[in-house]
Design a protein around this ligand. Structure first.
Ligand code: UD1
Ligand code: CA
Length: 469
């Protein structure tokens, strides 16, 4: 008798090259929306909660990149090296040391981003209820090309899985295919895993061949047949990736609509899987939200705006064509249209930044305004200040960046060049068109420009001179 609950581990096969993708990146790292394909598979396993005692991923082709991704984003996942990619069966063989101590082993490919935790749970439950030696998911494919076909005997029991390239024309016409997702009782897998042969069209050790081997030894192989094919789509080509991305996009958009986000045209909105949106947020057509962006309640995002890794508190308004990244906007801030905000910029409560403005690594204080045509880099602006149109913080001397500090309640006239490092004290004014090269004390007016000179009668004199030519 077993003591305690069964220990099940999950093994993700992610070592393949993905030749058919024709991509520089290993297939499992190719992005779907803004996350690698592998992210979705690992997230699904994560969502299964404690069903899986541990998870490992087999890495190989450009494995350093895959391993680096895993250790940065999924630190509990164990990487296992398959230095030569000799097939899916070989991948399970080389991971043996990791899985022998388990009671059950789930094996799944790293290229099925649409897979849900419900399906994995159903597979595990069924496997345990049937006391099967192996259970795997099959589905009926509209176009079975490329999948392993599930061959059944006269009493419709599974007999084997035959790969596309090894199938007879008759077998190729079968619609029921292997999802590549299996669960094995470890004690039943062990005696068979080394019996796989590579005598097939690809010269590889195919994991699906184990089905036939197990059945011939009288073992119990069960299938979970599903109707919903989309979920099990393997991504092998750019076309399949594009189709999967479109389904992922729809799924994410729907879940935000269900949470009370309003979208005028959901079919044009793109939202990454790590984005959080508050209730009552409104997204105009053609908005893109990526990375770890958080949008508070009641925010409005205008058309053609692209936000990445942004933190928006409640009631922020982003007008159209705003490109914002890695920065934060406090409650009631208002930005755009046509603005770039980047690299750790902070707009405090009710601050405003407007048309044709770029703000980089700068703080704009409460209720301060930067309404038009400004570049602000490495700067800080206090509360209630106004930065006039065309102001530029000249932060770069060709070698290093320098800071600009503007205090509270300042008025920076239009067309001011602030040559950093420079500090402008509280309550001071700067005359329009000034080039400010030294600090401005509190409560002062700084004028830094050539004095204007008018020459009376100059224009008509010029006209006369020309006539005389
Ligand atoms: C595989 C199955 C096929 C099934 C289909 C479902 C085999 C031989 N065929 O085919 O029956 O219908 O999945 O999507 O298993 N991998 C490794 N090491 C290797 C080879 C592959 O880790 O040596 C990984 C790949 O990175 C990939 C997964 O295994 O994530 C599946 O490999 P892939 O080449 O995509 O198999 P398919 O041809 O799709
Ligand atoms: Ca595949």
């Amino acid at each position: 008798m077993r003591s305690g609950p069964e220990k099940t581990g999950a093994l993700v096969l992610a070592a393949g090259k993905g030749t058919r993708m024709k991509s520089e990146l290993p297939k499992v790292l190719v992005p779907a929306l803004d996350q690698p394909i592998l992210y979705y598979v690992l997230r699904t396993l994560d969502r299964c909660g404690d069903i899986f005692a541990s998870t490992a991923a087999v890495v190989g082709h450009k494995g350093e990149l895959v391993q680096r991704y895993i250790s940065s984003a999924w630190e509990s996942v164990v990487p296992i090296w398959q230095h030569q990619q000799l097939g899916t069966g070989h991948a399970v063989q080389i991971a043996r040391e990791w899985w022998t101590g388990l009671d059950n082993l789930l094996v799944l490919p790293g290229d099925v981003p649409l897979l849900t935790s419900d399906s994995l749970r159903a597979l595990v439950e069924r496997h345990v209820a049937d006391s099967a030696d192996c259970s795997f998911i099959t589905f009926s494919a509209r176009n079975p090309f490329g999948y392993g076909r599930v061959v059944r005997d006269g009493s419709s029991n599974v007999a084997s899985i035959v790969e596309e390239r090894d199938a007879t024309p008759e077998q190729r016409s079968l619609r029921e295919v292997n999802s590549g997702i299996y669960i094995f009782r470890v004690s039943s897998l062990l005696p068979h895993i080394d019996r796989l042969s590579n005598e097939n069209a690809q010269g590889e050790y195919y994991l699906p061949d184990i089905i036939d081997l197990m059945i011939r030894c009288g073992m119990r192989v069960a299938t979970v047949m599903t109707e919903w094919e989309d979920e099990f789509r393997g991504i092998n080509t750019q076309l399949q990736l594009a189709e999967a991305v479109s389904l992922l996009r729809e799924d994410i958009v729907r879940s935000h609509l269900a949470q009370g986000v309003r979208m005028l045209d959901p079919s044009t909105v793109w939202i990454g899987p790590e984005v959080h949106l508050g209730e009552g947020a409104v997204l105009d057509p053609y908005v893109q939200l990526w990375g770890a962006t958080t949008v508070g309640r009641g925010c409005e995002i205008g058309s053609f705006s692209i936000l990445r890794d942004m933190q928006l508190a409640d009631d922020v308004r982003v007008l159209s064509h705003s490109v914002l990244s890695g920065s934060s906007l406090a409650r009631g801030a208002r930005v755009g249209p046509f603005i770039v905000i980047r690299d750790g910029a902070v707009l405090e409560e009710e601050a405003q930044a407007g048309k044709f403005v770029e703000i980089k690594k700068s703080v704009v204080g409460r209720r301060s305004k930067v309404p038009h045509l400004t570049y602000m880099g490495d700067a800080s602006v206090g509360e209630g200040s106004n930065v006039g149109a065309g102001t530029v913080t000249c932060n770069y001397d060709g070698e290093r960046k320098h800071p600009t500090r503007i205090g509270d309640r300042c008025f920076v006239g239009s067309g001011t060049m602030l040559v950093a490092p420079v500090t402008v004290g509280n309550d001071s004014f700067i005359a329009a068109g000034s080039v400010v090269t030294s600090d401005v004390p509190e409560d002062a007016l700084a004028v830094g420009r050539a004095r204007q000179k008018n020459i009376e009668g100059w224009a008509s004199k010029r006209k006369r001179l020309r006539k005389g030519d």
